[in-house]
Design a protein around this ligand. Structure first.
Ligand code: SF4
Ligand code: SF4
Ligand SMILES: [Zn+2]
Length: 461
């Protein structure tokens, strides 16, 4: 064996990863090579492996300035086999449930090649079981549940979907989303009209991968561009807010990222976009590491494809999971959109930022005001942040009711987030344990979404 005489990387830190062939835990190093961050692993059986983690090393290395300790939630399992096999949540998990995903059916009217759930057919969950799962979610968060995503399969194929949403809205859960491929929304306007009853604390999370039919043929198995446009029109007609969720695959739709942002900003009713690099679980085969889309790869595409209307500095690591989520909020001002994050130094007011995706301006302002009342340095930092943030808010905002404030923010801001899930290739135990999107299982556990798709789906206890 010839030994290398010189390293071609800069060591950053150690972590624990997974061999994607045998799914054993393996030691790994996180290193910098040129502009990128890589994971170097060694499996005694399957040898050396290398995977790209981020395309922008500077963003990755700066992310820890934004991190916050996790929020506690109840645990359901003990330590037995070690992470990631003890889900969960087990005592080693470091973040509460910011988003609970509840798969109410495995049935679906599509059969997407990239489906994590490998959906197609399956029995819908009974309403009584769903009610138990909702109560479990609320209890596990000590009665303070944040966001619920009703998912599947395709949840609109569930015969009692309206009752499920009604039930969820009746529970102490702050925000409810319906995750859908949009087929029913495009073809059944009466159904869309019925969804109008839930507006306020409710929105549609619409699968939307771009515009070219080639994109949909590749990712979803059939052309769907017109279906998506019709779904958006129907939702706008009935004033139901929408977040677009785009799965991004290199060479398939990464050239349409900027166009998706432009479409979202300029279309009535669309409140935000969540980009998700396609992760390697479900029906997908493995891919070359060099083909992987990353959080910073998407930020780079947005800035290039939008002629620098947005800059990379406008995107900040989300404090609850700085490794895997990046976000910016745009404020609508005289017909154009200005990133809120451009003027506000969020690092100076991290304690006032909650571990959640849901941005509540009233809570945030109140927290800043409370913290800015002293005369020490951190109080003046909070005061500075309060002044910066207040520039975006008209005086009339303070006279509005709580519901009107939330509506004002919803209508005058636009959220772009990028969420990268962990698969066996890019597995880094630290970020796995910080994951805040949790699947609520019928046997009443909360399993982090990535671990669920890697190890626990179809393997109930
Ligand atoms: S992913 Fe979280 S819940 Fe699952 S085993 Fe690891 S620490 Fe425990
Ligand atoms: S990705 Fe969604 S729409 Fe596609 S098959 Fe899976 S559940 Fe159905
Ligand atoms: Zn191996």
């Amino acid at each position: 064996m010839q030994l290398p005489c010189q390293k071609d990387y800069e060591f950053i830190e150690h972590t624990t990863s997974i061999c994607p062939v045998c799914l054993r835990r393996v030691d790994a190093k996180i290193v910098r090579k040129n502009d990128g961050i890589f994971l170097l692993k060694f499996c005694p059986e399957h040898g050396e492996q290398q995977e790209i983690m981020e395309h922008d090393a500077d963003y990755f290395l700066g992310r820890m300035q934004y991190t916050k300790p996790g929020t506690v939630s109840k645990i359901q399992t003990g330590r037995e086999l070690g992470c990631p096999f003890d889900c969960g949540l087990c005592p080693d998990h470091e973040q509460h449930t910011c988003i609970a995903v509840m798969e109410v059916t495995n049935d679906c009217d599509l059969k997407c090649p990239v489906c994590y759930a490998e959906s197609g057919s399956g029995d819908p969950l009974p309403l009584a079981r769903i009610s138990e799962m909702l109560d479990f979610f609320v209890d596990s968060e000590f009665g303070n549940a944040e966001i619920l995503q009703i998912s599947g399969g395709e949840p609109t194929t569930h015969p009692e979907i309206l009752d499920i949403i009604r039930l969820a809205r009746s529970k102490p859960i702050k925000y409810v989303m319906l995750n859908t491929n949009g087929l029913r929304l495009a073809t059944d306007e009466a159904f869309v009209k019925e969804l109008g009853e839930f507006v306020g604390g409710f929105e549609i999370y619409l699968q939307f991968d771009g515009f070219d039919e080639s994109v949909y043929r590749h990712l979803r198995g059939r052309p769907l561009s017109e279906v998506k446009q019709q779904a958006v029109r129907n939702l706008a007609k009935h004033k139901i807010p929408v977040t677009l969720v785009s799965s991004i695959e290199r060479g398939v739709n990464d050239h349409e990222i900027g166009r998706i942002v432009e479409f979202g900003i300029r279309t009535d009713g669309i409140r935000g976009i969540n980009f998700q690099p396609v992760a390697r679980f479900g029906r997908l085969p493995a891919m070359e590491s060099s083909d992987r889309v990353t959080v910073t790869g998407i930020i780079g595409s947005i800035t290039r494809q939008m002629n620098s209307m947005l800059k990379k500095e406008d995107f900040l690591p989300l404090p609850c999971n700085v490794d895997r989520v990046s976000i910016t909020y745009l404020h609508k001002s005289k017909g154009s959109f200005v990133p809120l994050t451009r003027n506000l130094d969020i690092r100076k007011c991290l304690p006032a930022v909650k571990n959640t995706f849901r941005f509540d301006p009233e809570e945030f302002l109140q927290d800043l005001t409370d913290r800015a009342s002293g005369s020490c340095q951190c109080c003046s930092d909070y005061l500075g942040a309060l002044k910066d943030f207040s520039k975006f808010i008209p005086k009339s905002f303070y006279l509005k009711s709580r519901a009107e404030k939330i509506q004002y923010v919803s209508e005058n801001t636009f959220r772009i987030s990028i969420t990268s899930f962990v698969d066996a290739h890019n597995f880094d135990m630290k970020s796995m344990q910080k994951e805040c999107v949790h699947v609520i299982t019928p046997d009443l556990r909360k399993i982090p979404f990535s671990a669920y798709n890697m190890f626990h789906r179809n393997r109930p206890r």
